[in-house]
Design a protein around this ligand. Structure first.
Ligand code: DC
Length: 213
């Protein structure tokens, strides 16, 4: 079973995807971590974000065991990830890695921007998770503060809006709802409520054991 979860930054898709993977005993891939890790590696070795061959090389060289690095969660790495994610050559390298994970048995939950449209267009269930920009900025600001980052709420909101525009307007694999994805608006839902709605949708499509009904 493959569950594809897409949505903009800080929409709650990552937390939801992790909970769903545990609930259905599936593998989990945060595909944003791949883009963040490429950006982290470029920043740490001093490759300019405009250097497209350098970005492609960093994607090839990516160490998959480095995806839990807390450095991936910083404001600057998130911003840089959104820049290098525009390059089709980077996306092509990371596509293979994502599809390999999607093939693991008994299945996987993947979250990102183009899982339902490009990476796993035949996913069994697709969710498109959204929340208002202000609510997403509030969540991201809280996370950053907890991590000791001093960015202001207004800066975080501005960056979220800039990131949304970059992710939506790029030519290759832009952020968009797949025609067969269920829309889940988490603006006024906490994680428990969002999880329950998602499980109900997935069980209705697959049955509680994860088998298609
Ligand atoms: O989900 P995130 O904030 O960790 O993602 C960081 C950036 O990576 C995001 O701004 C766009 C890019 N990304 C992407 O283009 N495609 C994906 N499937 C996942 C992330």
């Amino acid at each position: 079973m493959i569950i594809a979860i897409d949505g903009p930054a800080a929409s709650g898709k990552g937390t939801l995807a992790k909970r769903l993977a545990a609930h259905y005993a599936l593998s989990y891939l945060d595909s944003g971590a791949l883009y963040r890790a490429v950006a982290r590696d470029m920043l740490s070795i001093g490759v300019a974000l405009t250097d497209r061959p350098g970005a492609e090389q960093a994607a090839h060289d990516l160490d998959p065991s480095s995806l839990d690095d807390p450095a991936l969660r910083t404001f600057d790495v998130g911003k840089a990830a959104s820049v290098i994610a525009q390059y089709p050559e980077v996306r092509a390298v990371l596509l293979d890695r994502q599809r390999a994970i999607a093939k693991t048995e008994p299945g996987a939950v993947l979250d990102g921007r183009d899982i339902g449209t490009v990476v796993c267009p035949n996913a069994d269930v697709k969710l498109f998770v959204v929340a208002s920009p202000k609510e997403r900025a509030r969540r991201r600001h809280q996370e950053l503060q907890a991590a000791g980052n001093t960015a202001s709420f207004d800066d975080v909101l501005e960056e979220i809006e800039r990131r949304d525009a970059r992710d939506r307007d790029r030519a290759t694999a832009p952020l968009q709802q797949a025609s067969d994805a269920h829309l889940l608006d988490t603006t006024i839902l906490d994680i428990e409520a969002a999880f329950k709605v998602a499980v109900d949708l997935i069980d209705a499509a697959m049955g509680p054991t994860g088998r298609e009904t």
